[in-house]
Design a protein around this ligand. Structure first.
Ligand code: MTE
Ligand code: MO
Length: 432
């Protein structure tokens, strides 16, 4: 987490952009922009021609939502949109292309910034009620480049298949997050001796899954979890206000941790005197307490598997080949640039290797600019296929702690933590 100069990000500009003092950002997709997003459908079919790899992404249709480019829609209530592969051809994912995931059907379409306040409440000596201007002016701004990855990213590739959102690989994004330290807010509020956990709640609401008691999505950390020192309450994403669907006006950022904890529209930060037993902590987002979170359907059926919250692990090391994507033939005898991204929540990624022969031989790729341990790291390699034919490229990354992607995919019932080596098949044609 880096301190930033107060003037670097124009906070006045940010306030104006956010529309503070006016009626707030109006994004009612059934009100102000009906022609734009009423049905949300656009006519961009997925590419299915020769060499296509339709399985990198989810198969959903392209849909357009406010402040968003056409993204792949998994569901509408709640909204779940996946980022198409080609947007990962750069280190920071554009805000308009960043994936969207909600759990409840009532996501906010507008926030009245004249009334909105971030509340710090519960087991604190001095409860706080902070406007966005308070956050911008009264606390030191900090920034961090960090990958936000959904726990269920790549779930559709699980074998055997598991229930849950059938994401391809596009439920991830990298952004430069700017905001204030959570620890500064906690210091200002002062913890009482009885503090046990800290809980986050946003503005979205609605009926959740069966057996779910409350009408809010809430996540919590133990009050002594070291991640709280790294956490940011972010009011800017890539230097701009957060898109409404990504958590306007502020969201939590927990670098290196899965996105399920990155509460959007965070409005209540609540210090609890007990362990949080709400559905989203006690029942959902749990992984086997085993090496790499792996288990088997048989062990689950026998009731042998102890489950723990996914917050207890960091994002496993991953790498993705972004281009070429197999949609066109590559000429033999000419150098082709292979590119992609890599990351690790334990970070930083120190090595990316490319295999032109389905994993038999490995060759180092060049790494792009370093934006810190929690960011995507771009990589590239030149490859000159000598002869026409079918090729299978593979890519694998290694982080500074020696974690390297395995060849074999793991399995668990939630469809979490997949990080096996990915492959891309390519057709090489005769030299032109
Ligand atoms: N308020 C709120 N915050 C939330 C969620 C939610 O449903 N409501 N979902 C979480 C999950 S599981 C993910 S993957 C990320 C998705 O963030 P995004 O929609 O900005 O991509 O938000 C997290 N924060
Ligand atoms: Mo998620």
């Amino acid at each position: 987490m880096k301190k930033i100069e107060r003037n670097r990000l124009s906070r006045r500009g940010l306030l104006q952009g956010i529309g503070l003092g006016t009626a707030g950002l109006m994004l009612d997709r059934y009100g102000m922009q009906p022609a734009f997003a009423q049905d949300g459908m656009s006519a961009l079919p997925a590419y299915t021609g020769p060499g296509a790899n339709p399985y990198w992404n989810a198969v959903g249709p392209y849909a357009t939502y406010p402040q968003k480019l056409p993204l792949l829609r998994l569901t509408d209530r709640p909204v779940q949109l996946e980022t198409p592969r080609h947007y990962f051809n750069q280190v920071f994912t554009p805000n308009e292309a960043t994936f969207v995931r909600y759990h409840l059907p009532g996501e906010p379409n507008s926030v009245d910034m004249t009334k909105w306040r971030l509340q710090l409440e519960g087991e604190v000596t001095k409860p706080l009620s902070l406007s966005l201007a308070d956050l911008l002016n009264k606390f030191e701004p900090v920034e961090v480049a960090a990958v936000m990855q959904c726990s269920g990213n790549s779930r559709s590739f699980f074998q055997p298949r598991v229930p849950g959102g059938q994401w391809g690989n596009g439920a991830m994004a990298n952004a430069l997050w700017t905001g204030v330290r959570l620890s500064d807010l906690i210091k200002a509020a002062g913890l009482k001796a009885g503090a046990v956990e800290i809980q986050f709640q946003g503005l979205d609401f609605g009926k959740g899954p069966k057996g779910y008691g409350s009408h809010a999505f809430m996540k919590s950390w133990s009050i002594d979890d070291p991640i709280l020192e790294q956490a940011i309450v972010a009011y800017a994403m890539n230097g701009e206000p957060l898109p409404m669907l990504n958590g306007f006006p502020v969201r939590m950022v927990f670098p290196g941790k899965f996105a399920t904890y990155w509460l959007k529209h965070v409005t209540w930060i609540r210090v609890l005197d007990h362990k949080d037993s709400n559905f989203w902590m006690a029942r959902a987002y749990r992984i086997p307490d085993t090496a790499n979170g792996a288990t088997t359907p048989e062990a689950v059926a026998r009731g042998e598997v102890r489950m723990i919250p996914i917050g207890s692990v960091n994002l496993p090391v991953r790498s993705f080949l972004v281009s070429p994507d197999g949609s066109s033939k590559i000429p033999a005898g000419l150098p082709t640039m292979i590119r992609g991204i890599a990351f690790s929540g334990t970070g930083p990624v120190v090595k990316v290797e490319i295999s032109p022969d389905n994993g038999r031989s490995w060759h180092p790729a060049a790494l792009g600019k370093d934006y810190g341990p929690y960011s995507f790291r771009t990589w590239h390699a030149l490859w000159t296929p000598r002869k026409p034919g079918q090729y299978t490229l593979a890519v694998r990354a290694t982080d500074a702690h020696g974690h390297r992607q395995p060849d074999k995919a793991i399995w668990n019932p939630g469809g979490y933590l997949l990080n096996n080596i990915l492959r891309q098949s390519l057709t090489v044609g005769p030299a032109a």
